[in-house]
Each structure stands twice: as C-alpha cells, then as structure tokens.
Write a protein that binds this ligand. Structure first.
Ligand code: BDR
Ligand code: CA
Length: 310
C-alpha cells in the first residue's frame, strides 16, 4: 500500500520530538512537511528544534516551515518549566545544519493542501492550533482536502494540566481550537485522558536506551529530563504527542466515541477547557472522535520497535 501522506504541525517539545521520530521511522507514513508553531517555546526555537529532529533521524530531505509566533487573540504562554529553555532540554543537540524553507508555514499549508486531491492529506497537530486556524480563515476550502485531522489536545476525565480545567495546547490558543473544530474537518482528539495512560516508566525508558543507537540515546536523554518535570504517578512520564502518530499506524490501539466538543473561550476559571458532551445534552452534532482508552503495552512495543529502526 502507498504510504499515507501527512503534515505534522508541531511545537517541539520532547514529546513532539518522539512523535516526529516515530513518524520518520514508519514506512506507512510519508511526511510532506513539518510546520512549526509557538507553544512549548517560541517559534524560532520550535522551528530550529524541528530541524534538529530531522537530523537526529538522518532525514535532511524533510521540509520544515516556520509558522505563527503567537496565538490569535491571547498573549503567548510557553512552558519552559516542563520542556526547558530550548524546548528540547536534556538532549544537548548542536545547532541545526539544515535550513528552514523560505515560505511561511501558513502559506505553504494552503498552497500544499489546495494542490492535492480532496480528502488526500492527513494533518497531525501536536501544538496550539494557530497555524491551522489561520490557514482555515484565509482559505476555508482546505478543510475538504484533509481526510483526517488528529489533534493532541484537551481533557475530560483527566482534567487540565496547565489550569485545573484546561490542557496546554488548547489553553494556549483556544480561539484557534474553536475555529478548527468548526471547520468541518473529520477530527480525532487525543486528550490527556488517553495520554495519561501512556506512561514511559523507568523500565520502558531503559528499554529505549538499551536499543543502543544514537537516536535512541537522544530519546533516552530527552525522557530523563522530561521525567523530572512531567509526571503522572510515581514513575510515569506521559507521552502525549506520540499517541497521535501511533493512532495513524495502528488505530486498534485506541478506542473512543464521536461526540460534540466545544471550547470554552471566556470562562472565569475555565478558558481553554474542552467541554465534552458525553451524555448528548446539548443537541449539538458530534464534531470529534474523542479517545478514552489505549492499549499502552502495545503502544510501547510499537514505539520501541520503531525507534530501533532509526
Ligand atoms: C501537550 O502540551 C505540550 O507541552 C506537549 O508537547 C503536548 O503537546 C500536552 O498537554
Ligand atoms: Ca506538543
């Protein structure tokens, strides 16, 4: 079967890095490009980090585009307390040798998608949705070019990780998330409910380190840094962003339901909350496939095997 063409919009980020490496290690996926957005750190750093990640994988052929430097309406909030000043702290990577593409990520997204068949491209969003929302506002017809949008964002039972109510990616740019969910794109949402079940424990981190390749050694160092800051339970490092790629590789790892999701834009305490209509009280049509469960053992088997290929 021909590989599935995907674009990854990202704000690396240690977990973004692992997601992108998983995609680069997987022949089922053809990466058309990476678009960087401000999120975990500013966009100059996320764009440089995206280049560094391609170099870790030995893939200087991947096109990387710098995108929006701030959310649509709110001031930018970043997360150096989780990801370090560089966004990829722990790895100690040299400056990239690869160069960014000249086009702005939003211009490229529009041109790329409009030149492709309807429902012919998959989009994976690993950061705030600013690039995609901006592209949709400028050219709403890109919606029909996308066969599936897989977003890491939101929370329901797990509640928030940046405020009690909101998950980071949605909280940084709730207005963008609101536009994207209204855009008519078939959307799957990988929330904290799922990613908090995908925990890189000590034993799992050791298995990755023991692969013995330079790429695996880098991932192991990133995970050790991340493990000190992003914890669920005594020994759990949630691998948020890699869940999106794992879903594309093996949808049977995840289960969920199609429901309506609305974004809280103006809550006193709840801005950026994903309001999920599990009991169908609103009468609003389902707009997302929201995952609830994951087979985490099989997830780690897949991730470890793929990282071993790099
Ligand atoms: C999300 O926020 C970021 O810090 C991570 O990279 C992930 O995309 C988790 O809430
Ligand atoms: Ca991210």
């Amino acid at each position: 079967m021909a590989p599935r063409p995907i674009i990854i919009d990202t704000d690396p980020g240690q977990d973004d890095c692992i997601a992108i490496l998983l995609a680069l290690a997987s022949p089922e996926l053809e990466i058309l490009g990476l678009t960087a957005v401000a999120g975990n750190v500013g966009v100059d750093l996320t764009a440089a980090n995206a280049l560094k990640i391609c170099e870790i994988a030995g893939r200087p052929d991947i096109k990387v585009f710098r995108g929006c430097d701030r959310p649509l309406e709110k001031p930018l909030t970043i997360a150096p307390e989780i990801h370090g000043k560089s966004g990829l702290d722990g790895a100690d990577l040299p400056p990239p040798r690869m160069a960014l593409q000249r086009d702005h990520a939003v211009d490229w997204l529009i041109a790329m998608l409009m030149g492709r068949p309807d429902r012919g491209t998959t989009l994976v969003a690993l950061g705030p949705l600013t690039n995609l929302a901006t592209a949709l506002c400028r050219e709403p017809r890109i919606a029909r070019k996308i066969d599936e949008l897989v977003v890491m964002g939101g929370a329901s039972r797990a509640l928030g990780n940046v405020t009690p109510a909101a998950e980071f990616n949605i909280h940084v740019d709730p207005h963008a998330a609101d536009i994207v969910l209204a855009g008519g794109i078939p959307t799957a949402l990988m929330t904290l409910d799922v990613t908090h079940q995908v925990l890189a424990t000590r034993a799992r981190r050791d298995r990755i380190r023991d692969l013995g390749t330079p790429a695996a050694a880098t991932v192991a160092r990133l995970l050790e840094f991340y493990a000190k800051r992003e914890r669920v339970g005594p020994d759990g490092v949630p691998l948020h962003d890699p869940c999106t790629i794992a879903y594309l590789l093996d949808p049977t790892l995840f289960s969920g339901e199609r429901i309506n999701v609305a974004i809280e834009l103006a809550g006193t305490h709840t801005t950026g909350m994903t309001v999920m209509d599990w009991r169908r009280r609103t009468g609003r049509a389902p707009n997302c496939l929201v995952f609830r469960e994951v087979d985490h053992e099989r997830f780690f088997a897949l991730l470890t095997e793929r990282l071993g290929r790099l």
